[in-house]
Design a protein around this ligand. Structure first.
Ligand SMILES: [Zn+2]
Length: 313
């Protein structure tokens, strides 16, 4: 009887050891799978969202811009340059949005790195309120807010993935098509909602980020600053904006994400207008990043804000 118990215990020990060894093997295999994933480093949030959706489980996507930082004044650290060099694919918006990217690309040591200028083939418009000090010469770098441009950006990202992993070409194409279908739906929602508004002016107490939305849906766009938020608006610019708001009896002023709403608050105080957030999705907050906010979620919220601010029916 005693012998049987000892045998049973021994048997259990052998089974337990087997389970431990098996789980370790599984862990090692899992690591191998991760190592096989395509490493993508992206600069801005829209590119991160696109790459994550198109690459799905075949890609390991990272966002270079730390969540919570304002991207126009971002400057890469040496560790960011290493991160770009270690990637398989590096995606940036374009030279007007990330003027620092070109120098890094020139200095890349990793010869297998595919660099994606997501703006390739997109149509850029001129900011109505151009800032001659801007590197873009007045061209609006917020191309992702034109949903046709966003589709071209997804195509550019999908092509890079296909080049890295030709065997999964059909997979990436399907994922890009799914993403673009959502962009088509988003565009239709914007077009329908914004065609029935009492107000036709988006007044923003921040930088000139929503030019594409205004251009696309037949609205006027008035911003306190140029296409980058680092230059303070002049007193003359602010007076002009306040006069426009009073003259057109505008009730809402928009402020932007991740920068101080100081200017918008001043304008609102002067005009008794109410403040509303309009998020251009350059980057997200730490909390948004943690809970996995999507580009579409941000833009649908923007549409709700626009519907209030423009008094749409
Ligand atoms: Zn911007």
């Amino acid at each position: 009887m005693k012998g049987k118990i000892i045998l049973a215990i021994l048997g259990l020990v052998v089974i337990a050891m087997g389970i431990i060894v098996l789980s370790q093997l599984k862990g090692a295999k899992q690591k191998n799978i991760d190592a096989e994933k395509i490493k993508i480093t992206t600069t801005l949030f829209p590119l991160y969202d696109m790459a994550k959706n198109i690459g799905a489980d075949k890609a390991d996507v990272s966002l270079l811009m730390p969540p919570g930082t304002e991207p126009h004044t971002f400057e890469p650290k040496p560790s960011d340059i290493i991160k770009i060099n270690e990637a398989d694919i590096f995606v940036y918006t374009g030279r007007f949005m990330e003027p620092w990217a070109e120098d890094i690309i020139k200095g890349v040591i990793n010869k297998n790195l595919i660099v994606v200028d997501a703006s390739r083939g997109t149509r850029m418009i001129r900011a109505v309120f151009p800032d001659k000090d801007e590197p873009s010469g007045g061209l609006d770098p917020h191309i992702w807010l034109d949903f046709d441009n966003a589709k071209i950006m997804t195509k550019n990202i999908a092509e890079a993935l296909e080049a890295k992993d030709p065997a999964d070409k059909a997979f990436f194409r399907q994922k890009a098509a799914d993403y673009n279908k959502q962009l088509t739906e988003l565009d239709a929602s914007f077009r329908t909602a914004l065609s029935a508004c009492n107000r036709k002016e988006i007044v923003c107490g921040g930088h000139y980020a929503f030019g594409y939305v205004a251009h696309r849906y037949g609205l006027r766009y008035l911003a306190a600053q140029g296409v980058s938020p680092d230059a303070e608006p002049t007193a003359k610019d602010l007076v002009r904006l306040v006069e426009q708001i009073k003259k057109n009896n505008i009730h809402y002023v928009f402020y932007e994400e991740l920068t101080s709403p100081k200017i918008a608050e001043t304008i609102a105080r002067e005009t008794h207008a109410k403040l509303l957030l309009l998020n251009a999705a350059h980057n997200v907050t730490k909390d948004q990043f943690k809970r996995g906010v999507s580009f579409f979620e941000i833009l649908h919220t923007d549409l709700e804000q626009l519907k209030i601010g423009l008094e749409c029916r």
